[in-house]
Design a protein around this ligand. Structure first.
Ligand code: ADP
Ligand code: MG
Length: 347
């Protein structure tokens, strides 16, 4: 069942287009990440869904009922959506319990108190019910904002960069806890973020935008493993890039030939592959010199230059196991994993 549908959405500020022809659907209980670089139109999509902005074209429906098109505009309070903004927007003069209970005016006092207790317990904040927002850590504020939005059991939850105010050290865990909570509550959620990692961690599906348009839409695995273009490939992690000419349907690379798909014979192709698609091997036909190697979180990043290059030495990054120790000056063999490269037309 489709809970939220944004169809062929057009929006502009003045004459400056902000969203062009974007269609997005949210199924029951589903988490969809809407991701893209700053300024690509993500917040605009969210504000349109919430009713904070009037659309210029297209239509928005909640559970099959049109709430916005070029003639209709249901106000935010008439749309059953919960909102969490980047800065959390907690009411500073209300304590935690009153913040969480704010949207529960339709309930009796007893029902409201019970619901607030439940929500605070869910996120382990019962002991902070009487605190004011200024006396909470960033992570605590985030959880209060989240359960405040969830308390009225909205049809759809809209989150705009809700983790960007958190320290990197806690962000991963808070995202994981948030995902678990949304799963337990079964709340359909549209998460807006500029962070590719975050989009992959939370989204059952991921929609990638650029310059107001949808570039690619699918599972996280689809976007990470099968990007539709170089922009999509670069968005979800580091990539190595090299150019090669299409000849007899293939492009030759230092790692062997790759199918050129439907690229024109004689044209230049851009070959992209992730650092983890390169492997260090003892007996590789491709030999490289290690320039630098360091440990990052969870892997080792080694920069190499290819030997026997007729052109200027190419620097490539390899990501491999931490216990595969190498150092500057070492000669290593390289292998590109099967299916680990993408070939697109060069810009
Ligand atoms: P994102 O959330 O992806 O960073 P936004 O949806 O906020 O992007 O913005 C999309 C585009 O619309 C940007 O070019 C931005 O400058 C512009 N924009 C956003 N809000 C307004 C506004 N209130 N007035 C004018 N331009 C705006
Ligand atoms: Mg934004």
């Amino acid at each position: 069942m489709t809970v939220l549908r944004l169809e062929d959405i057009e929006h502009a500020y003045g004459t400056e287009p902000a969203v062009r022809g974007v269609t997005l659907e949210l199924g029951a209980g589903e988490i969809v990440s809407l991701v893209g670089p700053s300024g690509c139109g993500k917040t605009t999509m969210l504000r349109l869904a919430a009713g904070l902005e009037r659309l210029r074209g297209g239509a928005i429906s909640l559970s099959g009922e049109t709430v916005a098109d070029t003639r209709t505009h249901a106000p935010p309070e008439a749309r059953d959506v919960g909102l969490v903004f980047q800065d959390y927007a907690l009411f500073p003069h209300l304590d935690v319990a009153s913040n969480v209970g704010f949207g529960l005016g339709a309930l009796s006092t007893a029902e409201r108190d019970a619901r607030v207790d439940d929500m605070l317990q869910l996120v382990g904040l019962s002991h902070l019910a009487g605190r004011f927002p200024h006396a909470l850590s960033g992570g605590e504020q985030q959880r209060v904002a989240l359960v405040r939005a969830l308390a009225p059991r909205p049809k759809v939850l809209l989150l705009d960069e809700p983790f960007s105010g958190l320290d990197a050290a806690v962000r991963h865990r808070v995202r994981e806890e948030t995902r678990t909570l949304l799963r337990e509550q079964g709340t359909a959620t549209l998460l807006v973020t500029h962070d590719g990692d975050e989009a992959l961690q939370l989204g059952d599906r991921v929609a990638l935008m650029r310059d107001g348009e949808l570039v690619q839409h699918g599972s996280g695995e689809d976007l990470y493993l099968h990007p539709v273009d170089a922009f999509a490939a670069r968005f979800f992690g580091e990539v190595n890039e090299l150019d090669a000419v299409v000849k007899e349907g293939v492009v030759s690379t230092p790692f062997g030939s790759l199918p050129a798909g439907d690229l024109t014979e004689g044209s230049t192709a851009r070959v992209l592959f992730r650092p983890e698609s390169l492997q260090l091997v003892d007996d590789g036909t491709t030999v490289a010199r290690v320039e630098d190697s360091r440990i990052l979180c969870g892997h080792r990043a080694t920069v190499v230059t290819l030997e026997n290059e007729s052109t200027a030495p190419r620097r490539l990054e390899v990501r491999h196991d931490i216990d595969e120790s190498v150092s500057a000056g070492d000669r290593v063999g390289l292998r590109l994993v099967e299916g680990g490269a993408w070939v697109f037309a060069a810009p």
